[in-house]
Design a protein. Structure first.
Lengths: 501, 493
């Protein structure tokens, strides 16, 4: 029995012990950065292996209930999200390899912090209790604050780190206050029990709980950078080292959605429709403002940061549809997270690879004629741009298809149309890059030392590019190979496990 | 799984293009390979043409499930209407290659052409709306590349403009498709995006249906282009390379009309009939408006661009005339116009190669230097104007007849306005080709052997179809009858 329970928690245990071990080993001079990078990779791989053991099985369990009470939960849903987070971390460590080799100021502690933040994110999707969730959120965030500001010499880094720290802490305070109010209203902080207690209160005054839950949603909206809490996004994303930006933009969002979906779907289900109007306004503002920000950016990295706000808007469309379209909307969130994760990871990773040495290719203009110098990199970057823009034959298109279908199914045709308009404007800022790369003669930048295509990083990015196209074309052509259907089916399975009583 | 003939037509160019993309081959070999592919497809299309049965049904079907959880399938098939466009593509593209034989020196030019061919065929064969949308939009990427890489003038701006413009239209169509899919799910409990399933939906209220109708219409109207949605046209056509403008004008624009018939007629039969009067009027208005716009142009390419839009307005009017003459005329004009306009743009491309881009004022007296050029130019031009003996005449006659049946007043109007084309086309012919002038045209050379070889089938088709139209009409008639009688309930057997 104990072994079964341990095996449930094994991925978490592996990651956290790896993090501690790396921290203890960091003063040892004998181990180089490369070793640490490799070690991180192995730990993540082991954890993923342990996690995949339960992948695709419908189950739910409270591991070591006598020890943890019901604070932690392991079900198909958390296994699915663990797999996503671990894949995200793996990809980050792979595409970061080159970057960390070049940028010498990264110390070995970085990898320990990285694993701690992965642990925090995994814990977040396992959290079955509000305070556990808060602790998990803070573990992930605190590690990220340090990772952002790791390059002390750089003012931009310090500013980004500080800004994120201050704003993140304030939003964390909202979460705590919200939990306290919910506890005051319902007498429990355990998910599942919350829902039952809330059912019992139906017809009575639940304003305290509504206020508490709204506070928690504030934290949620802050972390996924939705309007009106999006102001930090561009500066922080721009100020962070690129692999960290990729990690934040893609993987952290997955974890946050992982927790909030659990909370909203099970516990706040009876009162969820209260926030519908609020969410519609938030979505419209997020789409509008994000699009506006993305159009005016000169720097590619800042444009990607701004466009991540727009993508948050799309995700929220699916989020608000859940109340009415249920299963298909929530699996569409999961699918879109994967789609965005792949495209953003690829784009950020490739830019970080290109810009690893010096900041020579930063703005749009710097990429003028890039395709004639580096055709393969330009092709990959174009694939990611097309996917972010949602052009058919990429995974981004299928993701948008699910989101908008879910919205229409839920009766939010209006939101789908708004999403479509945002998509169509986004063509401009994504295609601008492709046009610049291909349609102008090459201009060599002074001192531009773009690394050649060799090593782990470009291979990883190449694999992601293939995955982006594969996800868009799907498994028509090769039977029995996991494609779009596989992702959707497993997402549905994980969704179902939430409702096992 | 076995691969059907339609799949081969779609994917052969794409696969070859992908191989050529990575293979370190010279542009000459790439061109020859692309030409070989187009000839292979011509052979396959001939096979389909000869084995096509004379019924209004969909034939050569292929079906594989794709995204099962949403009932999306990879399903293909053709009817009489798609068949003629398939034949059109199969004949025109090899000709285009021959005319561009020494024109384009870059590999990516040919690769883009191959990709465009794949996209066009995919759009043409799709029976599933999701798949249709997939190809419809994916087709745009190679067009984006070919204009951006090889265009002239402000090419980057014009390629972004056409891309954003057309994607805007298609995205509204996308919402409409999704709405139909959801409606099907709510009514029948299963997901499907197949055309044959979506036509059964009966639960959508009229107001919503009008929105959906215009969602589709917007996408097609931009592609065709119909009157107020033409602002991308001029710049795109004049800045495109010859191959790009050829594909845009003679094939992709026709796909807009095709999709109108193929998808909108069965999906919204009642609205199609109800709104037909507006579109007939809009089509005739476009005919006049673009005709006048063409007269005002001093650049041959721009003039032909407007002339092309003018004819497409006429084709649209014929489709909405809701009778067999009008539709048959439209189908016929699609073919005639594709051949003639395609040929004209290719010839203008030849002229540009020798003389550079010039306005009409800088031309003249080409006829002496290039008699073959003049001959083919004249044939294409006569077809565009609709001189008896060419297929343009037959087509325009049928459409005018169709509109007469539909509404005599509009019929009179359309009969009068057909002459607009004559006014500027003859003038161009006279000014640029025939009349001698002081301009230096000594660089102009006559057509090469390859170019003559490419244009010969087109010229033959124009005359053959003009003299004996029945040879081509009988293949398409059952399909059009099926559309009118079984779907729109307006025709009589």
């Amino acid at each position: 029995m104990l072994w079964t329970h341990l095996s449930y928690l094994l991925p978490l245990i592996i990651v956290v012990s790896g993090a501690v071990l790396l921290m203890l080993l960091s003063p040892v001079e004998r181990f180089s950065m490369e070793r640490f990078s490799l070690f991180t990779f192995v730990i993540l791989l082991l954890a993923l292996g342990a996690d995949l053991y339960y992948f695709g099985i419908l189950f739910t369990a409270f591991p070591m209930e006598e020890l943890f009470s019901k604070m932690l939960i392991v079900d198909s849903y958390s296994v699915y999200f663990d797999a996503l987070i671990l894949c995200g971390a793996l990809v980050t460590s792979l595409i970061g390899t080159h970057y960390f080799q070049i940028k010498r100021h990264f110390k070995k502690e970085f990898f320990s912090l990285f694993l701690f933040s992965v642990f925090g994110m995994m814990l977040l999707v396992h959290a079955n209790e509000l305070l556990t969730a808060f602790i998990a959120l803070e573990i992930a965030s605190l590690s990220l604050y340090v990772m952002i500001g790791f390059q002390k010499i750089h003012d931009k880094r310090v500013e980004a780190s500080y800004q994120y720290l201050v704003l993140g802490s304030i939003s964390g305070a909202f979460f705590l206050l919200g939990s306290a109010l919910i506890y005051a209203g319902l007498g429990t902080t355990i998910l599942g029990d919350l829902g039952k207690a809330l059912d019992g209160l139906m017809g009575k005054d639940v304003s305290l709980i509504i206020i508490g839950a709204t506070f928690i949603l504030v934290t949620f909206l802050f972390k996924i950078s939705a309007f009106p809490f999006q102001n930090w996004t561009i500066d922080v994303y721009d100020g962070s080292p690129l692999p960290v930006t990729a990690f934040m933009a893609a993987t952290f969002k997955v974890a946050i959605f992982g927790f909030v979906l659990r909370l909203m779907l099970i516990d706040l289900d009876p009162i969820r429709d209260i926030w519908d109007t609020l969410f519609v306004v938030v979505i419209l503002a997020t789409l509008l403002y994000g699009t506006f920000l993305a159009i005016i950016q000169e720097s590619l990295k800042r444009m990607l940061a701004a466009s991540s706000i727009v993508h948050t808007g799309y995700l929220l469309i699916a989020f608000v549809s859940i109340g009415y379209a249920g299963e298909s909307a929530s699996s569409s969130i999961i699918f879109y997270l994967i789609a965005y994760f792949l495209s953003a990871m690829g784009a950020f990773g490739l830019i970080s690879y290109i810009a690893a040495d010096e900041h020579v290719r930063v703005t749009y203009e710097d990429f003028r004629g890039f395709a004639h110098v580096h055709p393969y990199m330009a092709a990959m970057l174009s694939v990611f741009m097309l996917s972010l823009a949602g052009i058919p034959s990429t995974i981004g298109f299928v993701g948008k298809f699910y989101i908008f279908t879910g919205a229409i199914e839920a009766g939010y045709t209006f939101l789908a149309v708004c999403g479509i308009i945002a998509t169509f404007i986004s063509i401009y800022y994504y295609f601008k890059l492709i046009a610049l790369m291909y349609f102008y003669p090459a201009c060599e930048k002074e001192g531009a030392m773009i690394p050649t295509l060799s090593g782990i990083t470009p291979i990883t990015i190449g694999v992601i590019a293939v995955a982006v196209i594969w996800g868009g074309i799907g498994n028509t052509f090769i039977a029995y190979f996991p494609g779009v259907d596989f992702l959707i089916d497993t997402a549905r399975l994980s969704y179902m496990s939430l409702f096992i009583k | 799984m076995s691969i059907g003939i339609l799949s081969i037509i779609i994917f052969l160019p794409m696969v070859v293009a992908l191989v050529l993309m990575v293979a370190p081959l010279s542009s000459r070999i790439t061109r020859n390979a692309a030409f070989g592919v187009s000839l292979t497809i011509f052979a396959l299309a001939l096979y389909i043409y000869t084995h096509f049965e004379l019924t209004g049904t969909i034939q050569f079907k292929e079906f594989y499930p794709w995204i099962k959880s949403y009932g999306i399938s990879y399903s293909l098939g053709i009817d009489g209407f798609s068949l003629i466009i398939l034949m059109l593509i199969a004949t025109l593209i090899p000709s285009a290659y021959l005319l561009l034989w020494n024109n384009a020196r870059s590999k990516s030019y040919w690769i883009s052409m191959l990709f465009i061919q794949s996209g066009i065929s995919g759009t043409l064969f799709s029976l599933d709306l999701f798949l249709f949308y997939f190809f419809w939009e994916a087709m745009l990427l190679p067009v984006f590349m070919i204009i951006g890489l090889f265009g002239s003038g402000n090419r980057v701006f014009s390629t972004l403009k056409i891309t954003i413009y057309t994607i805007m239209g298609s995205l509204f169509m996308f919402v409409s498709i999704l709405y139909l899919g959801v409606a099907h799910y709510y009514e029948f409990g299963v997901w499907s995006f197949a055309l044959s399933d979506l036509v059964n939906i009966s639960t959508i209220a009229r107001e919503q249906k009008i929105f959906l109708f215009f969602g589709f219409m917007l996408a097609f109207a931009i592609k065709i282009p119909l009157f107020p949605f033409h602002s991308w046209l001029l710049q795109t056509y004049s800045n495109s390379p010859t191959g790009g403008v050829f594909l845009l004008s003679s094939i992709m624009a026709k796909l807009g009309v095709y999709a109108l018939v193929r998808f909108m007629m069965p999906l919204f039969p009642d609205l199609f009939v109800e709104f037909s009067i507006y579109f007939v009027a809009l089509g005739i208005f476009g005919l006049v408006y673009f005709g006048i716009a063409a007269i005002c142009q001093m650049n041959i390419k721009k003039m032909f661009a407007y002339s092309s839009a003018s004819h497409l307005g006429f084709i649209t009017a014929g489709v909405f005339a809701l009778n067999v003459q009008g539709m048959m005329g439209s189908a016929f004009l699609i073919v005639a116009h594709a051949i003639a306009t395609g040929g004209l743009f290719l010839l203008v491309g030849v002229m540009e190669r020798h003389l550079g881009i010039r306005s009409l004022a800088g031309l003249g007296g080409i006829a002496i230097k290039a008699p073959w050029f003049t001959l083919f130019f004249a044939i294409m031009l006569f077809c565009t104007v609709g001189i008896p003996g060419t297929n343009g005449f037959v087509a325009e006659l049928l459409i005018v007849l169709g509109i007469f049946h539909y509404n005599p007043y509009l019929g009179v109007l359309s009969a009068l306005t057909v002459l607009v084309a004559a006014s500027y086309m003859f003038w161009v012919f006279q000014k640029a080709v025939l009349v001698k002038s002081d301009n230096d045209v000594s660089n102009m050379k006559d057509l090469t052997f390859y170019e003559i070889l490419g244009l010969l089938p087109l010229a033959t088709l124009i005359i053959a179809m003009g003299v004996y139209p029945d040879l081509f009409l009988y293949k398409i008639e059952p399909t059009l009858q099926h559309y009118l009688i079984d779907i729109l309930h307006v025709g009589v057997k």
